[in-house]
Write a protein that binds this ligand. Structure first.
Ligand code: NDP
Length: 444
């Protein structure tokens, strides 16, 4: 059996009931075969892959808090510190009922390579809890965040592990967590990113993942003689990534006709009204059913359906495994040119394979949504310098980073004979730097 297969088999055996983690390990290691096979003896002797698929540390803890009725609630908190070869652990905190150890591990594993691709000194980590902020009062969210941080604060710090937002963790949650960390540790330091502008946050961090997705998409299109101007785009999700992806796509001249949330989706033939979407989701925290009140011409449908709309570019920006093989077939039948992932692993493995087979240009999340973490690293730099950069400065750096990522993954795919396979390109480009750092640091 090849070394890659051995390690995949062992990762599955030793981490049962973690299907998302298995999926991520398989996807990454499979596409790294050309590099691993060329160095098989060395990597095997150093157990390099076993070390890469095993987190340096995984922390699981109880999070008790009191709800508005005086009832004590108990959630589970996680922080997986996956790999610190190239810098302090960095990765978001997900608050969603679907969170479990396997989901956090899949996200932390992917984060290693994504962070490496940014070219910035950040290692891979991820955290979260099965707490659902939806429908909770501000006081309940604060009670949860304070309890969560009381435990987490023992393991993080500006130079060790710097969490950020993710699904369910926005500016409100980061604020409550930061406040509790400061109270417990007595230091004002850049321990979290995605902070408010009044206490160390970076301009453009809120927009960064969505904007970055469009910067890399535009660069990829440009290198294939195309552009977003005049293209029809479908987007899934209506959260942080989706909203700013829609905004930037429109600024670049595309028409975005859909968005979705966990209960339904919207088709707006005139183009999504971003101001209305922000008011519904960011200000009022309502369902997408409200959108029709702002745009009578639009349609609202229950369930899933964004991928059935004819488009040139599809941007999945909601959650993992939201675009399956049937969806990929529909997109291809409707003539899609590119699929670029704003979310983490939104496309299932068989759907990804199908899209690649059909020649659809496919930018994987670890490259395409790296703008968020890259700007988080820029926030860390500003915190260390105790300086605040202008929006234009941050935006220009973000753009430069995304363009650079595209060329790095494109070059890596070409170097190994997989031209236009950006899945292989992203994994190889991210992996090579981590391996070099791990090798230099000895067996740790
Ligand atoms: P948000 O919580 O702001 O938004 C998530 C959106 O996806 C919401 O519209 C939500 O619907 C929808 N959604 C969540 N879970 C499901 C589900 N199980 N089925 C259908 N829809 C769902 O999160 P973000 O926008 O921050 O994150 C979206 C994705 O992007 C995630 O995969 C995240 O890991 C990834 N990502 C985020 C980054 C960031 O900077 N925020 C950086 C890099 C990646 P509803 O409104 O009903 O909750």
């Amino acid at each position: 059996m090849s070394y890659v297969d051995e390690v995949i088999e062992r990762a599955i055996r030793e981490n049962p009931s973690e299907p998302e983690f298995h999926q991520a390990v398989k996807e990454v290691l499979d596409s790294l075969r050309p590099v691993i096979e060329a160095n098989e003896e060395k990597f095997r002797k150093e157990a390099l892959l076993e070390r890469i698929v095993n987190p340096e540390r995984q922390i699981k803890f109880r999070v008790p808090w009191v709800d508005d009725k005086g009832q004590v609630q108990v959630n589970t908190g996680y922080r997986v510190q996956f790999n610190s070869a190239i810098g302090p652990y960095k990765g978001g905190i997900r608050l969603h009922p679907s969170v479990n150890l396997g989901v956090i591990k899949f996200l932390g594993f992917e984060q290693i390579f994504k962070n490496s691709l940014t070219g910035l000194p950040i290692g891979g980590g991820k955290g979260g809890s099965d707490f659902d902020p939806k429908g909770k009062s501000d006081r309940e969210v604060m009670a949860f965040c304070q309890s969560f941080m009381t435990e987490l604060s023992k393991y993080i710090g500006a130079d060790t592990d710097v969490p950020a937002g993710d699904i369910g963790t926005g500016a409100r949650e980061i604020g409550y967590m930061f406040g509790q960390y400061k109270r417990l540790r007595g230091v004002f330091e850049g321990v979290l990113t995605g902070k408010g502008l009044s206490y160390g946050g970076s301009l453009v961090r809120t927009e960064a993942t969505g904007y970055g997705l469009l910067y890399i998409t535009e660069e990829m299109l440009k290198c294939h003689g195309q552009s977003l101007e005049g293209k029809t785009v479908v987007v899934s999700g209506a959260g942080n990534v989706a909203i700013y992806a829609i905004q930037k796509a429109q600024q670049l001249g595309a028409k975005v006709v859909t968005c979705s949330d966990s209960t339904g989706w919207v088709y707006d033939p005139d183009g999504i009204d971003v101001a209305a979407l922000k008011e519904i989701k960011e200000v009022k925290r309502q369902r997408l059913t409200e959108y029709k009140n702002y745009r009578p011409n639009s349609e609202y449908h229950e369930g899933k359906g964004v991928w059935s709309v004819k488009c040139d570019v599809a941007l999945p920006c909601a959650t993992q495994n939201e675009l399956n093989l049937d969806d990929a077939k529909t997109l291809v039948a409707n003539g899609v040119y590119a699929v670029c992932e704003g979310a983490n692993m939104p496309t299932t493995a068989d759907a990804t394979e199908y899209l690649l087979e059909k020649g659809v240009k496919f930018l994987p999340g670890k490259a395409a949504n790296a703008g968020g973490v890259a700007t988080s690293a820029l926030e860390m730099s500003q915190n260390s310098e105790r300086l605040h950069w202008t929006a234009d400065e941050v935006d220009a750096k973000l753009q430069g980073i995304m363009v650079n990522i595209y060329h790095n993954i494109d070059n890596a795919s070409k170097k190994y004979g997989f031209e236009d396979n950006f899945v292989v390109g992203a994994n190889i480009a991210g992996f090579e730097k981590v391996v070099e750092a791990m090798t230099a640091q000895g067996i740790v």
